[in-house]
Design a protein around this ligand. Structure first.
Ligand SMILES: [Fe+2]
Length: 453
């Protein structure tokens, strides 16, 4: 995103708001009202809550804070305050029914587009560079990802369709398995990205030791070998907390996988099919990702290692916005924006490769890192404490890189996502680097009937 001038910024804001709304309308328009108000999982809101919450946040920040307007429906504000009502409780609230939620969202958006037409994007920090507008476009796109997760949890016939991602390129099978990310300092975070959120700021120097990183995400085939080798039954690979959780939650495979015949099938967006071996594995929690990495004689990258691999250009001695450079994501560089409803095979998107040759760091699947959610040195909460600050600590683990369900406006080399280490419904995977071996790598992996399923 490199807007120059007020008109370019106006176009950028409008196009991002429109893109987000098109996706929201598709996600809430492809099912009937019963499915909109139903809670498909206690982990998620009814979709009709997301719809009105998106509109309510847009009204709060853009019409009231930026535009100085009076509240349109102050009585509904508490219903859509995410901090006041946890997801499990939202179906019991007197929510706006679907038609009213749509009308409210439409009304807010019309007034916001009028505001965008007249905005100068200078003055307060909130409007400089159109920050608040960018924040709201990102917020809606984040809820579009949340709603896609709800669709995946929903039972019933397929409601969403999309073309598959392109086939893997010819060199996908001949890539080196890992590449060296050189040691030394690099710039992590940003002080210049106009729409970066508070937790991505400020830019600061971090030194990491050299390490090797896998060239591609971990595949379903590789993960199936971990299962076939008894990985879920061997406490050596699990942290004490991870083993405890694996026992209590009776984890035996990624969420949505089940055995059928000699192999694995999984259900995705209403369609059951054999698990595709070359696709990046998804729907594993942080504990599973960590155990997989340990079994493979490795560990998860730290957040700093991930960002260095994704952004640092050794030839230029600087950090890029994205693995491929500073230009915004395009369909040939990364699988983003729900264009496809699945990750592309491991080794795809050569034009999105990092300087060292790592592919799919942005897009396809979120990647769990070893790190807790901590502020960068010099962090200040902006524009409100509840965006990031209240989540800092060891309770959450960091995810990087975005997934196929994430929009380009919420995807950049500095973007930080966080979740509980037991979460599996998110589109997340491990991406391990080797470790100077404390754990033995299994010398000969047994052949797995599941691996090719
Ligand atoms: Fe929200």
């Amino acid at each position: 995103m490199t807007p120059t001038g007020t008109e370019a910024l106006r176009d950028l804001v409008a196009s991002n708001l429109v893109t987000a709304r098109e996706r929201t309308e598709l996600l809430t328009g492809c099912i009937d009202d019963g499915d909109l108000v139903r809670q498909h999982s206690p982990l998620m809101s009814p979709l009709v809550w997301d719809l009105a919450h998106v509109a309510n946040q847009e009204e709060l920040w853009l019409l009231r804070e930026v535009g100085g307007r009076e509240p349109m429906h102050p009585e509904i504000d508490p219903l859509y305050d995410a901090f006041e009502h946890p997801r499990a409780e939202r179906p019991t609230l007197p929510l706006l029914p679907p038609a009213e939620a749509r009308a409210y969202a439409h009304e807010v958006r019309g007034r916001v587009l009028d505001l965008v037409e007249a905005a100068a994007f200078t003055g307060s920090r909130l409007v400089t560079g159109a920050f608040a507008f960018g924040m709201i476009a990102q917020h809606e796109q984040q809820h579009d990802e949340t709603m896609l997760i709800t669709h995946q949890l929903r039972k019933g016939a397929r409601a969403l369709t999309a073309p598959p991602p392109p086939a893997a390129p010819a060199d996908a099978l001949s890539l080196p398995s890992e590449v060296l990310i050189p040691g030394g300092p690099f710039t992590m975070g940003t002080s210049t990205e106009p729409w970066a959120l508070d937790n991505e700021r400020p830019a600061h120097q971090v030194t990491v030791a050299g390490f090797y990183l896998d060239t591609t995400p971990v595949t379903n085939a590789a993960y199936a070998e971990f299962i076939a080798d008894g990985g879920y039954d061997d406490p050596r690979w699990w942290s004490p907390a991870g083993w405890d959780h694996r026992q209590r939650a009776r984890l035996t495979a990624p969420l949505y996988w089940r055995r059928e015949g000699g192999g694995w099938v999984r259900t995705r967006f209403g369609v059951t099919e054999p698990v595709p071996p070359a696709e990046p594995v998804m729907h594993v929690c942080w504990h599973e990702a960590t155990a997989y990495a340990a079994w493979a004689g490795r560990r998860l990258p730290t957040e700093a290692e991930w960002e260095k691999a994704a952004r640092y250009d050794p030839a230029a001695g600087r950090s890029r916005r994205f693995p491929w450079g500073d230009e915004d994501p395009t369909p040939d560089r990364a699988n983003l924006g729900q264009r496809h409803l699945q990750p592309a095979p491991a080794g795809s998107y050569p034009q999105g490769a990092s300087p060292a040759g790592v592919r799919q760091l942005i897009g396809d699947v979120w990647e769990w890192t070893a790190s807790d959610f901590l502020p960068y040195p010099g962090f200040t909460a902006w524009p409100y404490r509840e965006y990031s600050e209240v989540f800092f600590g060891s309770e959450y683990k960091m995810l990087r890189g975005g997934a196929f369900g994430v929009a380009p406006v919420v995807s950049r080399g500095t973007f930080r996502n966080w979740d509980y280490p037991i979460r599996r419904q998110i589109f997340a995977a491990p991406h391990p680097p080797p470790r100077p071996s404390l754990l033995p790598r299994p010398s000969a992996l047994p052949p797995s009937s599941a691996a090719g399923a």
